[in-house]
Design a protein around this ligand. Structure first.
Ligand code: ADP
Length: 343
């Protein structure tokens, strides 16, 4: 464990937290007390990042309230991870400004990093270290006071105590994810940035995970989480949808559904695949998406869609208008963004 000294800490790019960087509460999960005032954990405007001249995050403005669970959705490559990395001070934006936890995004990145827990997309812990050693390592990186007690409490809290000596590489997906969450909470962050945390995690572990996230939010911790799962999106307080680096829509679930202005019809019956092909060329039909043994047919022109439903009705085919779901809306947004050449 000699490599876990100050040099390793510096090499890993982490600022050693100042004594005042941590609340001297009983670690690790005492009630949250903000160090800075203000309603927003994240308050940024015009955030832009280019790679090789290509903007991958384009003029994003976002406000996230303290204690809120904010879902970030969008296709792969839409800039979600890049934006998270800017928020936690790992990347500097090319344009834009703002604060994270009350600290300036450009000039106070050290203070931000001390207060943020970042769970990366890939499991980024040492597979050849035990569960306990990994937690201990992260606690050292952050200079957690009363480290041993903090690690012991973290093991208990996340149900990892019995697995403490198991190598991290031998854990199943759900346990790895639990370890990762324990590790990114060990320094009592005020903001959690979670990048697709539930990929490869079974439904029971996913449910436990979301209970934990809501418990943390209830204690005042802000959570920004990226996901591709619609059921997870619906568990967030607010949502934002990104495509081609642009924030296309954000708000509460009902607001998003309303703002999209989408009318959706559901059709069931025989030969749905052939019907889908035919419907795709019809006026007013902007998307046709199979949902099990039904199709969702959506567009913004309610009158034209009603005509299509009438024209393609038959005794063995049932059409009914339904509420557009989040998935309908997001697929629609993605297609629209692509058609308008947003990039
Ligand atoms: P998402 O998280 O939504 O999948 P990312 O933020 O990872 O999207 O990536 C957005 C785009 O930026 C992608 O095209 C990706 O290839 C590119 N990108 C990300 N990081 C870098 C980097 N360090 N250098 C060059 N291109 C990058």
């Amino acid at each position: 464990m000699a490599q876990f000294g100050r040099r390793a800490v510096r090499k890993a790019g982490f600022a050693r937290p100042s004594v005042f960087g941590f609340r001297p509460a009983i670690l690790p999960f005492a009630p949250f007390r903000p160090l800075v005032n203000g309603p927003f954990a994240i308050d940024v405007q015009g955030i832009t990042k280019r790679f090789g001249g290509r903007p991958v995050v384009h003029h994003i403005a976002l406000q996230v309230r303290r204690g809120e669970i904010y879902g970030f959705l969008g296709p792969n490559g839409s800039g979600k991870t890049t934006f998270l990395r800017i928020l936690c001070g790992l990347l500097t934006p090319d344009a834009g400004s703002g604060t994270c936890l009350g600290f300036d995004l450009r000039t106070q990145t050290g203070a931000i990093r001390e207060r943020v827990g970042y769970l990366t997309q890939r499991f980024s812990f040492y597979e050849d270290l035990s569960v306990e050693e990994n937690l201990d390592f992260v606690a050292r990186l952050y200079g957690v006071p009363r480290r041993r007690a903090a690690v012991a409490q973290s093991l208990e809290r996340f149900g990892l105590a019995e697995l403490r000596r198991q190598l991290a590489g031998e854990l199943s997906g759900g346990w790895k994810q639990r370890l990762a969450l324990a590790a990114c909470l060990i320094h009592q962050p005020e903001l959690l940035l979670l990048d697709e945390p539930t990929v490869g995690v079974d439904p029971k572990a996913r449910r436990d995970f979301w209970e934990e996230i809501h418990r943390l939010a209830g204690a005042g911790i802000t959570v920004l989480i990226t996901t591709h799962y619609m059921d997870e999106a619906e568990r967030c307080h607010r949502l934002a949808y990104l495509a081609y680096g642009q924030l296309l829509i954000h708000g509460r679930l009902p607001e998003i559904l309303r703002a999209a202005g989408l009318t959706t019809w559901e059709v069931s019956g025989p030969d749905l695949w052939a019907l889908a092909e035919t419907l795709r060329g019809q006026p007013g039909v902007e998307q046709v998406v199979p949902f099990g043994n039904r199709l969702h047919v959506s567009g913004r022109d309610a009158v034209q869609l009603a005509r299509v439903a009438a024209a393609f009705g038959s005794p063995d085919r049932v059409w009914r208008q339904v509420e557009a779901g989040l998935e309908d809306v997001f697929i629609h947004l993605m297609h629209t963004a692509r058609a308008h050449g947003t990039s």
